[in-house]
Design a protein around this ligand. Structure first.
Ligand code: NOJ
Length: 522
């Protein structure tokens, strides 16, 4: 179907933590291939694989040293080709992750830039600037990096003395590219074509809103003033870049898809990115950030449907990803039972909304955040960059439990040691344990995805709220699906009809607190 991306369910694979086939402690492409049948049976339409390119792994692969190859940790380019072919044979589409805002500091361009003098062509591909003050020791601007600390680092000149500064909105190992430079534009056109030619169905685009910088704010910050808007996102030029990529994506047969990571949690802003000649989609992070309260959820869903609908785009819902606290823990804190109940209800809410849904590996197993990783195990650069004040994102990246009751729980061969330690008891979440249990999270996801795929109630994109009293979210899809999520303090009566699926056993025909149901109206 040509518009598959308007209603797909996409499963995010974070390769390091998915399946380790060779026992080196890190997941790999052969591991992903071995679980493709599992993903097909789960009922997703596509997978999005976070970066697998050669990388020093300063930020889990979001520091790319070569955009046209695969890191040996994960396999080879030939393995990537085989995986894409296998996935397609099973009816699964494949999205990769494009990281265009920054390269790795090990990328040949940056290595060349460091070896080249100020003002050179090689430095023009990045944001090199002289520092202020008599000895150039003052950073060009005061902006902070997303991971903590300044977003400028000073390099050592050819004479061994401190030299210019370069911009990195993330870690120092991730220098920002200068998208005014023609080499940069041409390079990424080619990278897109390289992977499209290998059959990749589209890209998730990392920090898609931040590629273009306000040059005046960098070069003359004193004129722009300290209260000026953040100069690194939403710059007009960024839309031009997306248009350029859309032309390339549209020129493929079949056309390919571009989905942007755009932070800021304001759907009316995200919608600016979504045009027939811009990105196809952008994650709605407001939904992910919403408190577990009916009024708040209703507001974020309405805002997204209005904003995305106004530009003819499909909303893109997501509850968890590799950067966020897993939603079982967001919704329940230390109370695993509460978080799990709410996560089950949230899954039925998300999967019944019109639009696209992204699942993050392990959410179908109901994994909570691992909040007690030892300090020495932490790998996220956020931990060091924040001076050990933010523990970072490792807790949602712990390798998955697949089988058995003994670590590494089928993530890798027996006795192998995963790159992040799995907590004791992780086997309670293992896929093999959940598969035969009709009450498990895995069974809920499988049933929900099968219904979403086959039940006529999910056809079309229409949506209308129905009032069922305070604390109850309720909406109807035109094709014949009524969705109720009970966030009130008491069980609620259900409308007349067939219960297609409920996230918890009904209580004398009523929907319990923190539960959701899909009803075919009678
Ligand atoms: C967003 C990615 O999802 C995150 O993992 C990464 O650290 C930053 N972008 C920088 O690339």
């Amino acid at each position: 179907m040509s518009d598959w991306w308007r209603h797909a369910v996409v499963y995010q694979v974070y390769p390091r933590s998915f399946v380790d086939s060779d026992g080196d402690g890190v997941g790999d492409i052969a591991g992903i291939r071995s679980r493709l049948p599992y993903l097909r049976d789960l009922g997703v339409d596509a997978i999005w694989i976070t970066p697998w390119y050669p990388s020093p792994m300063a930020d889990g692969g979001y520091d790319v040293a070569d955009y046209r190859d695969v890191d040996p940790l994960f396999g080879t380019l030939a393995d990537a080709d085989t995986l894409i072919g296998d996935a397609h044979a099973l009816g699964l589409r494949v999205l990769l992750d494009l990281v265009p805002n920054h390269t790795s500091s090990a990328h040949p361009w940056f290595v060349e830039a460091l070896a080249s003098p100020p003002g050179s062509r090689a430095r023009a591909r990045y944001w090199f600037r002289d520092g202020g003050g008599p000895d150039g020791s003052v950073a060009p601007t005061d902006h902070r990096s997303v991971f903590g600390g300044p977003c400028w680092t000073r390099v050592v000149g050819a004479d061994g003395r401190p030299g210019q500064w370069y911009l990195h909105l993330f870690a120092p190992e991730q220098p920002d590219l200068c998208w005014d430079d023609p080499d940069v534009l041409a390079e990424f056109d080619d990278v897109l074509r390289f992977w499209f030619a290998r059959g990749v169905d589209g890209f998730r685009i990392d920090v898609a809103d931040m590629l273009v910088k306000d040059r005046a704010a960098i070069d003359t910050p004193e004129l722009v003033g300290p209260d000026a808007p953040y100069p690194f996102s939403d710059q007009p030029g960024v839309f031009e870049i997306h248009r350029r990529w859309r032309r390339i994506a549209d020129a493929q047969d079949p056309p390919r898809v571009l989905v942007g990571e755009i932070h800021g949690a304001r759907p009316e802003r995200d919608a600016r990115y979504l045009h027939p000649d811009g990105l196809h989609g952008a994650f709605d992070f407001a939904f992910l950030r919403s408190a577990w309260r009916a009024a708040d959820l209703r507001q974020v869903v309405s805002d997204a449907l209005d904003a995305f609908g106004a530009v003819g785009a499909a909303p893109t819902w997501v509850l968890s990803n590799h950067d966020e606290t897993r939603h079982v823990t967001r919704y329940g804190g230390d109370d695993l039972a509460l978080g799990t109940r709410r996560a089950r209800a949230a899954a039925l809410l998300m999967l019944a909304l019109p639009g696209v849904a992204y699942l993050y590996q392990g959410e179908e197993l109901g994994l909570p955040e691992v909040t007690d990783l030892p300090d020495a195990a932490l790998r996220d650069p956020v931990w060091e960059r924040s001076g050990h004040t933010r523990r970072g994102r490792d807790g949602c990246r712990v390798p998955l439990p697949w089988t058995g009751q003994v670590a590494p729980y089928g993530f890798g061969p027996a006795e192998s040691e995963p790159w992040l330690p799995q907590p004791p008891g992780w086997g309670g979440f293992a896929a093999d344990r959940q598969a035969p249990d009709p009450a498990s999270m895995l069974s809920l996801y499988r049933t929900a995805l099968a219904l979403r795929r086959t039940d006529p109630g999910f056809a079309g994109e229409s949506f209308a709220w129905r009032d069922m009293g305070p604390g109850v979210l309720s909406f109807e899809r035109d094709a014949g699906l009524w969705v109720i999520v009970n966030l009130s303090a008491a069980a609620v009566a259900l409308p007349i009809g067939d219960v297609l699926l409920a996230s918890a056993p009904l209580d004398d025909g009523r929907l319990p607190v923190d539960a959701a149901a899909w009803i075919r109206p009678g």
